[in-house]
Design a protein around this ligand. Structure first.
Ligand SMILES: *Cc1c(COP(=O)(O)O)cnc(C)c1O
Length: 491
């Protein structure tokens, strides 16, 4: 180091003072992370954050730095208090479980610290290769464009903005959407992020028409056609249909080919919310149910759910690259594209979405696919489908359980039943059982309502879950039911 700068750097530099000591510390931290993942199958699923840890979290942000040992201690102390989705009996909502391999690209990502909004560097090459791979998996043309985003919520905003602007001839980019009368359609079972996207895009949640579903929780296609005709007759402007591949309540997949036919006949954008089940394109079990996905105009899905890339990792794929770019591209002087130098490598990701500065999320996804390959990732999905069917069989074979929905992909909805309870009591009982399962740390399913009934909702997008975990879950439900009844004063 230049002697003149030594004093200055001692105060202002954010580099380690002693690289040997820092190396040791980094290796120790890696070991603690590995310990956690090696023991992922043991212990409690979820543990509420204790007050002592809360206090440490607050104290860490005082004016003077904590120092190396204390920072290491704090980092270590938070490890047990995540959502619990690294545990084999995390069975709630739709979470992926991650893999130990995710630690490796996380380190490289931190080391390279790339800003992937644009410019000519390896980050964009990896993201482009990934986008081509995604397009190929879904049977999209090579010319399709894609963008890594935080998750399906953001992917939906991006896709629906392209759909909205394309419908308005891109005048909306400058003039806004006041008085556009645009309306879109999804099933009543669609995820809330779809209506929220229309809210964010200035169309309002009421612009999303919720089409009723059939007995298999799929969009009723004659009701869809009727709704489009009715809206047109009323002077509204239908612009998009959102099909769901894997509904969040029951895991149902809409009839995508049927929706594609209607979208084509009506001249509407066909978007698919495939947050978790679009990944099923890699699985022999799910892929046949996704027929028609290759006809979509855009797909929003997550790598962090059924593909187990560490959070967060979503993706939006758009068939027509030109429309995608036209909806987002803005290149002021300071972001001008060049043929050579660091400002080459066009088009840039900033032309495909709302974010300029963005991290190198593509790296962990690309490394994950490189590590496992599509076949093994698909097999893990098929295994989960088999486990869910096994759970449904176990539920059906037990008198004190009642199944509430068909099993399509990763989700089984059922409830505990006992004689002499009102509908309200049954709801309260099952809610209490699920909370107790979570609080005891035994398992973590979640709840939802199916046809008005409160359901214990088990979702298995978890490569660590085994059949023995399902027996443990069902036994725990039976064991907790009497306490739960007592709590409700119904014992
Ligand atoms: C999880 C989910 C979403 C939202 O995705 P995020 O990645 O959490 O933003 C949307 N739709 C469905 C069907 C989902 O399961």
């Amino acid at each position: 180091m230049d002697d003149d700068l030594t004093d200055l750097n001692a105060k202002a530099s954010l580099e380690p003072e002693d690289w040997t000591a820092f190396r040791r510390r980094a290796h120790e931290t890696l070991d603690r992370a590995l310990d956690k993942l090696e023991q992922a199958g043991t212990g409690r699923v979820w543990t509420p954050v204790p007050e002592s840890v809360d206090a440490q979290i607050e104290k860490a942000l005082s004016a003077s730095p904590l120092g190396a040992d204390a920072v290491n201690d704090v980092l270590r102390s938070i490890l047990p208090y995540g959502v619990g989705n690294t545990h084999p009996r995390f069975l709630g909502w739709v979470h992926g479980s991650g893999t130990p391999f995710g630690l490796l690209p996380a380190m490289i990502e931190a080391a390279i610290n790339a800003n992937c909004g644009g410019r000519d560097h390896v980050g964009l090459r990896v993201e482009r290769a990934l986008s081509d791979w995604v397009a190929q998996q879904f049977g999209f043309p090579k010319t399709a464009s894609g963008l890594v985003v935080t998750g399906t919520s953001m992917a939906t905003v991006v896709a629906m903005k392209v759909a909205r602007d394309a419908a308005l001839g891109f005048a909306s980019r400058e003039a806004g959407v006041d008085g556009s009368k645009l309306v879109a359609y999804s099933s009543a079972e669609a995820h809330a992020c779809n209506a929220r996207a229309l809210d964010i895009l200035g169309l309002g949640t009421s612009a999303l028409r919720k089409v009723p579903v059939n007995d298999a929780f799929q969009m009723d296609l004659s009701a869809l056609k009727a709704a489009i005709a009715e809206d047109r007759a009323a002077g509204l402007v239908p612009f998009a249909i959102i099909g769901t591949a894997g509904t969040v309540n029951t895991g149902a997949i809409d009839e995508l080919s049927g929706i594609a036919d209607i979208a084509e006949a009506e001249g509407l954008w066909f978007h698919i919310d495939g947050a978790f089940a679009a990944s099923g394109i890699l699985s022999e079990d799910v892929a046949p149910k996704l027929r028609g996905i290759e006809r979509a105009d855009s797909i929003a899905f997550d790598f962090h759910k059924w593909l187990h890339v560490n959070y967060d990792a979503g993706f939006v794929l758009v068939r027509n690259e030109a429309l995608h770019r036209q909806a987002f591209s803005t290149r002021p002087d300071y972001l001008k594209a060049t043929e050579r130098g660091l400002a080459a490598g066009n088009p840039w990701p900033v032309e495909y979405g709302p974010e300029l500065s963005r991290g190198f999320r593509a790296l962990k996804i690309w490394a994950h696919i490189a590590e496992f390959g599509p076949e093994r990732l698909g097999a893990a999905i098929s295994d989960n489908c088999q486990l869910v069917r096994t759970l449904a069989d176990l539920v059906d074979a037990t008198a004190s359980f009642e199944r509430l929905a068909t099993v399509e992909t990763s989700i089984c909805c059922f409830r505990y039943v006992a004689d002499g309870l009102s509908a309200g009591d049954l709801d309260a009982l099952n809610e209490e059982i699920v909370i107790r399962l979570q609080e005891t740390g035994v398992a973590a399913p979640s709840t939802t309502r199916v046809n008005g009934k409160l359901a214990i909702r088990v979702n298995i997008t978890n490569h660590r879950t085994r059949e023995s975990d399902l027996h443990l879950l069902l036994d725990a439900i039976k064991a907790l039911a009497p306490e739960a009844l007592e709590k409700l004063g119904k014992a």
